[in-house]
Design a protein around this ligand. Structure first.
Ligand SMILES: C[S@@+](CC[C@H](N)C(=O)[O-])C[C@H]1O[C@@H](n2cnc3c(N)ncnc32)[C@H](O)[C@@H]1O
Length: 233
């Protein structure tokens, strides 16, 4: 098992993120605003979790491959999408050894890369499996936010963070990596891609009424970082 952490609360996570503030009304709309037209395109969903992005992609006419390190997440995706999708378990720290060169039009990777201490291999493989004009979009923790939890106080280090979240309605111990913004951008460039768009996202305006505290917070400080990248041709 590559990421037992998510196996433990996969089904709770699935129901929690259907309609919550941070995922449903901030992260997904912000990342999807960077998604190109996917009808009849080949799209790979990396760190697919319980398949909310995969479902959206299938419904919008894409031919989707979904990959996650958690057996339980992949089981959920199979239950939801069955043979409408290809999906399998893969530790993405090892890249994408099962995928052929220049196969996909688009790669999406929402909220996953911060679980990898080193995503050099993954980014190199994303570039390899994308077609020459391929697009890679991803979201991750905003480096300035994670820096507040830095054990060393040195922004320029990559460090493991042990944290506790209540996303699923009870405290859950999580581990991930924080790193400076430079490392993220450098990994994109080293892999042979370039950044088209970088945003810090926007909470949906209806959160003003449904979740005023989260709306206020996300309107005055960043939560995640959203990037759209293109293969250097
Ligand atoms: C925060 S969830 C995001 C799920 C989904 N992308 C979404 O936004 O709804 C992170 C996902 O990354 C997966 N993940 C974490 N580490 C991984 C690894 N090393 N290899 C593959 N998947 C991993 C987890 O299992 C989990 O499903």
């Amino acid at each position: 098992m590559n990421n037992p952490m998510y196996d433990e609360f996969a089904r709770e996570y699935d129901s929690a993120i259907q309609n919550n503030s941070y995922n449903a009304h901030y992260e997904r709309p912000s990342l999807l605003s960077l998604l190109p037209e996917v009808n009849e395109k080949t799209v790979i969903d990396l760190g697919c979790g319980p398949g909310l992005y995969s479902k959206f992609l299938v419904e919008n006419g894409a031919k989707v491959t979904a990959v996650d390190g958690s057996q339980e997440m992949i089981q959920i995706v199979k239950e939801k999408l069955g043979d409408q999708i290809d999906c399998y378990v893969q530790n993405l720290a090892d890249g994408l050894p099962n995928e052929q060169d220049q196969t996909f039009d688009v790669a999406v990777c929402p909220l996953m890369i911060h679980y990898l201490e080193d995503f050099t291999k993954l980014f190199t493989d994303i570039k390899r499996i994308l077609k020459p004009d391929g697009i890679f979009i991803f979201s991750t923790h905003h480096p300035f936010v994670d820096y507040q939890l830095s054990p060393s106080g040195n922004y320029f280090l990559t460090e493991k963070i042990v944290d506790e979240w209540d996303t699923v309605g009870r405290p859950v111990r999580v581990e991930y990596y924080r790193r400076p913004l430079t490392s993220i951008i450098q990994a994109i460039v080293d892999a042979g891609m370039y950044v088209i768009t970088l945003t810090e996202g926007e909470p949906a305006s209806h959160m003003q009424e449904s979740s005023p505290e989260s709306y206020q917070k996300l309107s005055t400080e960043p939560g995640f970082l959203f990037l759209k990248c293109k293969v250097v041709s």
